[in-house]
Design a protein around this ligand. Structure first.
Ligand SMILES: NC(=O)c1ccc[n+]([C@@H]2O[C@H](COP(=O)([O-])OP(=O)(O)OC[C@H]3O[C@@H](n4cnc5c(N)ncnc54)[C@H](OP(=O)(O)O)[C@@H]3O)[C@@H](O)[C@H]2O)c1
Length: 309
């Protein structure tokens, strides 16, 4: 039931006729050859039958021995056979054969041209597809290479992040982590956060967002007027960081790919600035590391990493 479909021959009628004709001619010529050999053997046999075995020794026809007549008759038959194969039975003649051959060659030529055109078309399609796939790959790899916008923050249990334009706690291990994660990257911040630093942090490119037109900042600090421009300024960084404060966090939550949050295990009721609630239907926790409180850390805290899901 599921056997292979029977192949239909791809030969046209002219081609088939010519092949059949060639086969027929071979057979005819073969038969002439066999006839000739049989005739020779037969003639020798007739001669021997008469002269050695004495068969019909005295039989003559028109004064000739019977075997001579028989050989002449057979020879005439053979000549007739030969002529009919090589001269009169030349099918439709040499011209016809030439015509057929030319027609066949022309037909094959056409077929070759058609195949060439088809091949060219297919090759073009393949090339187009390959080019298209390459573009897709390029796009997807460039998407893969897309920078990972990361929010980095330390927030209390009530999401408190600061008061009076300053931090509410000092946790040295958290600062170390902040430094190591942001080292060498672009750090994007609001004007107020920038002003909360005594001086720009070393080995980071500062991008400060302000609505002010002539905001003055030390050399090397990039000043922009909106978050989009800040992201644009950091486009060559594979991991730019949003480092605060409250206003900038709020605006970048929808754009960020990752959140590195230090959850400080205390409620800071006096705070005046807060981090937005992390919606766990949008963000998936992928890492956590607890840090106990000790002599240098007044509060216990947990490093948490979220990625957008
Ligand atoms: N716990 C933490 O991890 C952490 C991290 C960072 C900061 N903080 C704390 O957060 C507090 C500061 O946060 P904040 O919310 O008050 O201020 P902020 O976000 O640092 O900066 C706000 C300022 O940014 C500019 N700005 C905001 N949105 C803008 C926009 N769309 N286009 C142009 N400019 C824009 C405005 O500057 P102009 O007024 O000049 O126009 C605005 O006044 C401080 O207490 C700081 O210590 C905490």
């Amino acid at each position: 039931m599921f056997g292979k479909k029977k192949q239909t021959p791809q030969i046209d009628k002219e081609q088939l006729a010519l092949i059949k004709y060639a086969e027929k001619r071979i057979k005819q010529k073969k038969r002439v050859y066999i006839h000739f050999v049989v005739f020779l053997i037969g003639a020798v046999f007739l001669i021997l039958a008469n002269t050695v075995l004495g068969i019909g020794k005295n039989v003559t026809i028109a004064g000739l021995d019977w075997f001579v007549i028989a050989i002449i008759f057979w020879l005439a038959l053979f000549i007739y056979h030969f002529i009919s194969v090589f001269i009169t039975h030349n099918f439709m003649g040499k011209d016809w054969e030439d015509q057929q051959r030319e027609a066949l060659v022309a037909k094959q030529q056409q077929r070759i041209e058609k195949l060439k055109a088809q091949f060219l078309k297919e090759e073009t399609e393949i090339a187009k597809t390959q080019a298209y796939n390459e573009v897709l790959e390029d796009n997807s790899s460039s998407q893969k290479k897309k920078s990972e916008l990361t929010i980095i923050v330390a927030a209390g249990e009530n999401n408190a992040i600061g008061k009076d334009n300053d931090l509410i706690w000092h946790l040295s291990d958290d600062l170390k982590r902040f430094k190591s994660l942001t080292n060498g990257h672009h750090i994007i911040m609001g004007r107020k956060t920038f002003e909360s630093f005594p001086k720009p942090l070393p080995n980071r490119t500062h991008i400060v967002i302000t609505r002010q037109d002539n905001y003055k900042a030390p050399d090397g600090v990039i000043i922009v007027n909106n978050l989009e421009d800040a992201l644009d300024a950091a486009r060559h960084d594979n991991q730019p960081f949003i480092i605060g404060g409250g206003e900038i966090y709020k605006q970048s939550m929808a754009l960020a790919d990752k959140i590195e949050i230090t959850r400080v295990h205390h409620r800071f009721e006096q705070a005046d600035t807060f981090f937005p609630e992390i919606d766990t239907s949008t963000w998936k926790e992928i890492h956590r590391q607890f840090h106990e409180k000790d002599e240098t850390h007044k509060f216990s805290f947990t490093f948490l990493t979220y990625v957008r899901q």
